[in-house]
Design a protein around this ligand. Structure first.
Ligand code: CA
Ligand code: CA
Ligand code: CA
Ligand code: CA
Length: 470
């Protein structure tokens, strides 16, 4: 890095710009004058802008991978066949026997870690990553000119905390090609050895705009939190194969093992906001807490991932519960959340760790937040669905249409009741009638005795949907 903090020096492979090994080593500081602009190109995973090789480091207030303007990406712009920036650039690597703190809740502690193939990599125990901006510019905005691979990746070690439950402790992770946070084991094929990260707590972060750029290997994740499996086929400790990307299904009673114990996520059933109260019903079938207690965090999302899970944009509240079915959480929320996608995570309460928390799950499958007048959040008020044919069960399946997010009964512009029933996607979104008179281009050769219906469905990648209109 040149002293002016704006341009990278000559590209040096396998470089470490700052390496720390002692205890209580401070990199940066809370005053802007203490800020370091740090950048590295490397070809193997031991190299990084900041590599903590041992001991305890406190990493505050730095720009890692971004120039001093807080906007300009210092990484190479070319992308290789796996969608990784070439050459590989790593922001902060916490490895060996070390425990470090990256960022914090207090003013000035935030690091901006952005523009790297892997922004933060955790392969040691007892690290804390809090209050940082990861993948964005210095204002927290996503820019297409900043090329990010993954947000935070935990590949080994236990008891680390990403975010937290206190004010300002959550990280903002956005604008990344892969997942926001990846918890992946790594199988090192040449020596037949597997390292597995466990008890990685991921709490209170804002994760959005993930998988935003179309890419191959890394971008297949597109989740806020992804539990997956890496393989290093050539023994250089860099992953060459990415498996288990995308949602990992829950198993009954959560007996499975793996990264973060592959802890089950909550299954959301209903969510309705009345006034400033959001009432959520859900099932929880998670394991791994010594006290059989779990913190369930709820998040509202403006945009859904392509799989329909998360990403986890805005934290809105939590409940600490034991597993069970038909649990109810009542949260006091700000503003009108109806129509937004609700997701949730489960985190094991675990007093054996420094943070008091153990493993966190992937995000739950989203459901739409309903309003007081539209219980199933399909865009049509209860009163209108109830007044439909067959006493409000227009598709005659024995269930009132107002309770069915995939059956929507409404009066169209020709004053006729129409029922749109879908099968294969989780919910109907908005459903409405198009007024023919409002179209600027008309096909006069056709008649539309039932009008035209405009609709949005919430589907996930790979879904097949049947749509029936009556
Ligand atoms: Ca599981
Ligand atoms: Ca409805
Ligand atoms: Ca029905
Ligand atoms: Ca309905």
């Amino acid at each position: 890095m040149r002293a002016d903090g704006t341009t990278a020096g000559a590209i040096d492979t396998n470089s470490v710009s700052v390496a720390t090994v002692g205890n209580d080593v401070v990199v940066g500081g809370v005053n802007p004058a203490d800020r370091n602009i740090i950048f590295s190109h490397s070809s193997i995973t031991q190299s990084a802008g900041i590599a903590v090789l041992g001991g305890t480091s406190l990493i505050y207030g730095n720009y890692v991978g971004i120039a001093k303007d807080g906007i300009t990406d210092l990484s190479p712009t070319s992308v290789d066949a796996n969608g990784l920036t070439a050459p590989f650039s790593m922001g902060i690597n916490l490895l060996n026997v070390s425990s470090s703190t990256v960022g914090g809740a207090a003013a000035g502690m935030r690091n901006l870690i952005s523009g790297n193939t892997a922004n933060v990599v955790i392969s040691s125990a007892n690290n804390v990553v809090q209050g940082n901006y990861i993948g964005t510019d210095y204002t927290g905005n996503v820019r297409h000119t900043i090329t990010n691979g993954m947000g935070v990746t935990a590949v080994a070690g236990s008891n680390s905390l990403i975010g937290g439950t206190g004010e300002g402790e959550g990280n903002l992770i956005a604008g990344v090609r892969g997942s926001g946070v990846e918890v992946a084991d790594m199988y090192i094929q040449p020596i037949d050895h597997r390292v597995i990260p466990v008890k990685i707590a991921i709490l209170g972060n804002s994760i959005h705009s993930v998988g935003v750029f179309n890419l191959l290997g890394v971008g297949k994740s597109n989740l806020g939190i992804d539990i997956s499996n890496f393989t290093d086929t050539d023994g250089n400790f860099a992953p060459d194969q990415f498996d288990g990307r995308g949602p990992t299904v829950n198993d009954a009673t959560d007996v499975d093992a793996g990264p973060n114990g592959t802890i089950n996520f909550p299954v959301l059933k209903t969510a309705q906001q009345i006034g400033n109260q959001l009432t959520v019903t859900y099932d929880l079938d998670s394991a791994g807490s010594p006290s059989n207690s779990y913190r369930v965090e709820f998040y509202a999302n403006n945009n859904r991932t392509i799989f329909g899970y998360g990403p986890g944009e805005t934290y809105i509240g939590s409940a600490t519960v034991s597993p069970g079915t038909d649990k109810t959480a009542t949260l006091t929320v700000n503003g009108n959340l109806s129509g937004k996608a609700l997701s949730a995570t489960a985190t094991a309460v675990d007093n054996t760790t420094g943070s008091g928390f153990g493993a966190t799950s992937e995000f739950a499958h989203n459901i739409s937040i309903a309003s007081e007048s539209d219980f199933d959040a399909d865009g049509i008020p209860d009163s209108e669905e109830d007044a439909g044919p067959n006493s409000g069960d227009a598709n005659d399946d024995g269930i009132l249409d107002r309770l069915q997010p995939t059956v929507t009964t409404f009066v169209n512009s020709a004053n006729i009741y129409i029922t749109l029933a879908t099968e294969g996607c989780s919910e109907n979104g908005t459903v409405s009638s198009i007024d023919l008179a409002s179209l600027d281009r008309k096909d006069n050769g056709y008649h539309y005795p039932y009008g035209l219906t405009d609709f949005t469905l919430y589907c996930s990648r790979g879904d097949t949907v049947d749509v029936e209109v009556n």
